[in-house]
Design a protein around this ligand. Structure first.
Ligand code: 0X9
Ligand code: ZN
Length: 304
């Protein structure tokens, strides 16, 4: 099992999930779901109870949309470790639900932030977007209110929406995952930093969905579990109200596609640039986040 004493590379994380599938071939499955711009393979890990039942409900989790938000893949890796290694503890959660986790969506960007101090704060993908600038914000690249408020048309901006919706292969991968689980998917959770926030739709408008009470109830379960465990106070609410309007993001796309629960969970800040908690903070942050994720998943299992 990967520890929480340091941040891992994309290769290490991929190796780890492949090892798990070899160790537990009857209940853990790896699927190659696409390739990044620079040619890295993106793989999901599906965690089941091994009963091989088809069409089970799904909780879909991703991390590493934004390259510099290293605590996000760390939280995804911790969730994977818990679900696989402590699987007896979560038997109730895996009875009718499979978990599908893509720990590092923007693998090219993640690798780039590992190069040196100067590249540490990179956010976007690595596909050239103009003569002079590189990268699109993968969380502005989805074809749901694409390039509307809170997204930029400037290829050099940190929130560049891309030349067209789904110009980024990494966003296409997440789109296809969302679509393939649109019928059975009950919760979509995309891990970011920094907050601490649990954000629910909409993020493209100040309007809220009809089912805002369901969204709030599940988020509240996460809030309470984490508050009771550590005293942390995640702010919960509609994305646009709590944070800002940002159209073309994956959470709104998943919610619109049919996931009744869709959250952006932004882990707490840390470090010099607030996106870079020191390695010594990883353990506390990811364990705390897991308590929240677990409480939200239990609420989802109870409701849907
Ligand atoms: O701006 C983002 O993409 C997210 N915040 S971050 O600091 N990690 O970049 C928030 C996205 C919230 N969701 C929507 N606005 N739809
Ligand atoms: Zn982010």
């Amino acid at each position: 099992r990967l520890g929480t004493e340091r941040y891992y590379t994309h290769d290490e994380i991929t190796q780890y999930i492949e090892n798990l599938a070899q160790l537990y071939p009857d209940r853990v499955f790896i699927r190659t779901v696409g390739r990044t711009y620079e040619g890295r393979w993106l793989k999901t890990i599906k965690i089941t109870n091994g009963d091989r039942r088809a069409n089970k409900n799904v909780i879909l989790v991703d991390g590493g949309f934004h390259a510099r938000e290293w605590i996000s893949p760390a939280a995804a890796v911790y969730a994977i470790g818990e679900l696989v290694e402590n699987y007896e503890t979560y038997a109730d959660l895996l009875l009718d639900y499979d978990w599908v986790i893509l720990p590092v969506v923007n693998a090219d960007g993640y690798v780039y932030t590992h190069l040196n101090e100067d590249t540490r704060m990179w956010r976007k993908t690595r596909q050239p977007s103009s003569e002079s600038c590189i990268g699109t914000d993968p969380n502005r690249n989805f074809d749901f209110h694409w390039n509307e408020e809170g997204a930029s048309e400037d290829p050099c901006a940190e929130t560049y929406a891309g030349p067209k919706a789904f110009s980024e292969p990494e966003a296409v991968v997440v789109r296809d995952l969302i679509k393939s689980y649109a019928k059975v998917g009950k919760m979509y959770l995309t891990l970011h930093s920094y907050g601490p926030y649990i954000l629910y739709p909409w993020g493209w408008t100040l309007d809220v969905p009809d089912t805002v009470e369901d969204l709030h109830e599940v988020a509240q379960a996460g809030y309470e579990a984490m508050f009771n465990a550590t005293g942390v106070e995640y702010e919960i609410g509609p994305s646009t109200e709590v944070l800002y309007v940002a159209a073309g993001a994956s959470d709104d796309y998943a919610f619109n596609a049919g996931f009744p629960i869709s959250f952006t969970m932004e882990l707490p800040p840390g470090g010099q640039h607030l996106f870079d908690p020191p390695a010594s903070d990883i353990d506390g942050l990811v364990k705390e986040a897991w308590i929240g994720i677990l409480a939200m998943a239990r609420k989802v299992v109870e409701k849907y």
